[in-house]
Design a protein around this ligand. Structure first.
Ligand code: DX5
Ligand code: ZN
Length: 218
């Protein structure tokens, strides 16, 4: 029995797997195909061993879509860039608890910019690291792969982490990494509300079918 069909699960395609030479068109296409949010993976080559995009790209895609821009900062000291990402048009800004000296201050900074606040944690980071910050955030992003690259396999041990978090946290639980129809279903059963998917959307021919399959788990 899967929970995916019973619940309003949000799908956030990750543009990391989009064709960057046609980024605007790709975003319009996933919006037409039924995506709920657009997930933007920001990497600095320091917090993770990959470099992707910055506030200029967020600003460029802002007028392309009416969907929420869900910006996932995988950068060291994200507090230095929160304001720039906010001004560029982000709606939700998620930072890593491991990446800054005072996660509570970073959360307050995002809130002060008028944006929704998300906090994320690497697969190896314990939920106890979030204890003080949970009351300050709207969303927790549970990484289900090691951050840095698309196309990796979902780490099955993260299902228990999602379940444990669900007991303590009333806000949105987002999962990111290795999400496909099977892992989507397992994550939703465990308590996930928002599914990030790169390969499982942009790697398919038919975006609408891909999004609908993730949403229903079938
Ligand atoms: C990984 C990123 C993910 C990535 C997911 O660090 O945070 O958003 O794009 O890609 P897939 O869905 O292919 O695992
Ligand atoms: Zn991400």
């Amino acid at each position: 029995m899967t929970g995916a069909v019973d619940k309003n699960v949000l799908i956030a395609p990750s543009i990391l797997s989009a064709d960057f030479s046609r980024l605007g068109e790709e975003i319009r296409n996933v919006e037409k195909a039924g995506a709920d949010w657009i997930h933007v993976d920001v990497m600095d080559g320091v917090f993770v061993p990959n470099i992707t995009i910055g506030p200029l790209v967020v600003k460029a895609i802002r007028p392309v879509t009416g969907l929420k821009l869900d910006v996932h900062l995988m950068i060291e000291s994200p507090e230095r860039y929160v304001q720039r990402f906010a001004e560029a048009g982000s709606d939700i800004i998620t930072f890593h608890v491991e990446s800054c000296p005072s996660p509570a201050k970073t959360a307050e900074l995002i809130r002060a910019c008028g944006k929704k606040v998300g906090v994320s944690l690497r697969p190896g980071t314990c939920l106890s690291q979030l204890e003080n910050i949970l009351p300050l955030v709207d969303m927790v992003l549970v990484m289900t792969v090691e951050p840095g690259f698309g196309g990796q396999d979902f780490i099955p041990e993260m299902i228990q982490k999602i379940r444990d978090l669900k007991r303590d946290f009333p806000g949105d639980i987002q999962v990111d990494g290795g999400i496909n129809v099977e892992t989507a279903s397992a994550a939703v059963d465990a308590g996930a509300d928002v599914l990030v998917a790169g390969t499982a959307v942009f790697g398919k021919e038919d975006y609408a079918e891909a999004i609908s399959r993730l949403r229903t788990g079938k």
